[in-house]
Design a protein around this ligand. Sequence first.
Ligand SMILES: [Zn+2]
Length: 284
Amino acid sequence: MSAPLILNALSVDVEDWFQVGAFETVIDRDSWDSCEARVEANTDRVLGLFADAQVKATFFTLGWVAERNPALIRRVVDAGHELASHGWDHQRVFTLTPEAFRADLARARATLEDAGGQAVTGYRAPSFSIDQRTPWAHAILAEAGYLYSSSVAPVRHDHYGWPEAPRYAFRPLPDAELIELPVTVARFGQRSMATGGGFFRLFPHQLTDFAVRQVNAEGRPATFYFHPWEIDPGQPRVARAPFKSKLRHYSRLDAMAGKLQRLCTRHLWDRYDHVAAREAQRLQ
Ligand SMILES: [Zn+2]
């Protein structure tokens, strides 16, 4: 069986090791500036890996990171990747009021556009936090001029999920062009699991290959994400974090770069804005 040639969406959520949702209760935002910054070196490694594999991707970046690393943001854009928003400082959307969400978006976008010198038209909510609790979120994104969002996980998970959401690209609003590109959910028998990130790092790569092929066989692009800290076995350890969070965060960091190299060459990849534009055509 020959697989259809489908360009899948590849992304990096640009945040540092101390900014992940799982450590939120033990590392205060006020102390971020005193943590060892590793995001620039790790993202440069990701840029090298993508250059070797000759793939272009989308970098969903925190405004907080862009403010402190404008030269890195330049390198991302100069290499032909898409710069998109991951919000200002990783506050989950369902913890914000609509007004606070609007302000978070605007602050992040201004800083990203300033650093990158390009318009930002894509957004990913921290920890896929657009769900049934935030019925106003997509409308605010559309009103701010975003063309797409990749902020929904149509699955049940202990940290996130909106199981009732569509599995593939959809228009969340009847009167706006905005496209939502949900994270790819693979079906393994009775189980549905969101792919990318920890799933990809912790489980054998064949499961992700299977998920991408499953989605492509249905004629649809898969979406994939990971974080720069996931290729960094030397990052400081957060001793006070919950056991389960530590188990997830620190496992198989040393295998990640090799797995990513293989993933880049085993499937076809593209930036999210390009994939979103093709899906928008299809949804006409
Ligand atoms: Zn994130």
